[in-house]
Write a protein that binds this ligand. Structure first.
Ligand code: AMP
Ligand code: ZN
Ligand code: FE
Ligand code: FE
Length: 278
């Protein structure tokens, strides 16, 4: 095994709420001497329209990924999907349903902000961003208008759960999300479990048919990491890792700061290659 091999399995691009294009993230991964990568945009696989051939050109191993927003009862839970088939009807139609969900949810958020006396339109937000639109894009417009001075402040005052501009939107369950990834021949991984708040969610997630969990995440403290790594080992789940890089909008998450080794990467990469000729 190549002991210098590192693959970051969690990052975002301009296809969702990252600030760098898929090509720029791939170039950065190369520059940082990563050998493998998965781009995991929120609720979209649009990066893979160009990313696989670009990665091949620069000799970086890229495996399809996605980060779906799901809910368990009252708590948001993110589910990573890896090595699925890009042609999968199940994955592609799920992304479409998420696009519709986000559109309606964003309308709701804008409506709430309007009621608070803030003049902002959905068209305005859409004009600034082509990819999947989320709360960070609304935060940027609030900043541009001088209503808040940072994205963080926009979340603290308006957009975070429980704040006056918050709107949960339609909720897809964790079960349905895992099922959709499995139908698309992918692996379903519980994203950043260290961020789960409710103890019932912590317990219930361990009974879900996940294939693994994200044990190494951003700058998580090592005792919290250890608790989840022990759970994964006991369940014989795959342990993944990634930085959740978003570019400038989340400057503390550096690409490559969390990663998996060659052996783990090849579980995903070899599976992808086994059902897709590329
Ligand atoms: P959405 O997908 O529209 O629900 O937005 C979620 C994204 O917003 C996450 O990926 C984070 O990058 C970002 N986010 C969530 N909470 C905060 C916060 N309190 N401050 C800054 N960014 C946040
Ligand atoms: Zn994000
Ligand atoms: Fe997430
Ligand atoms: Fe993420």
């Amino acid at each position: 095994m190549n002991s210098t091999f590192k693959a970051d399995l969690h990052c975002h691009t301009t296809c969702s709420d990252g600030t760098e294009t898929p090509e720029a993230v791939i170039r950065l991964a190369k520059h940082l001497s990563l050998q493998g990568l998965s781009i995991t945009d929120h609720d979209t696989i649009a990066a893979y329209e160009t990313a696989l051939s670009f990665a091949k050109e620069v000799d970086l191993l890229l495996v399809p990924g996605v980060e779906f927003s799901a809910w368990h009862r009252e708590e948001p839970v993110h589910v990573l999907g890896y090595a699925y088939s890009l042609e999968s009807e199940s994955i592609n139609s799920f992304c479409l349903r998420h696009r519709q969900r986000r559109k309606e949810r964003n309308r709701g958020i804008i409506h709430r902000l309007n009621k608070l006396g803030i003049q902002i339109t959905l068209e305005e937000v859409e004009a600034h961003h082509e990819g999947t639109i989320g709360r960070p894009h609304i935060a940027l417009i609030l900043m541009k208008k001088g209503i808040v001075s940072s994205v963080k402040e926009a979340f603290q005052r308006y957009l975070a759960e429980g704040k006056p501009g918050y709107e949960p939107g339609e909720r897809f369950s964790v079960e349905e999300t895992i099922e959709c990834i499995h139908q698309g021949k992918g692996f379903a991984i519980l994203a950043h479990p260290q961020l789960i708040q409710r103890s019932t969610t912590v317990r219930n997630m361990q009974d879900m048919p996940f294939d693994g969990l994200e044990g190494y995440y951003a700058s998580m403290s090592s005792d919290i990491e250890k608790k989840w790594i022990d759970i994964a080992k006991e369940k014989n789940w795959i342990i993944t890792g990634g930085s959740d890089f978003h570019g400038d909008i989340k400057p503390q998450n550096h690409l490559g700061s969390s990663w998996v080794n060659e052996e783990t990467f090849h579980i995903f990469y070899d599976h992808f290659r086994s059902h897709t000729s590329f």
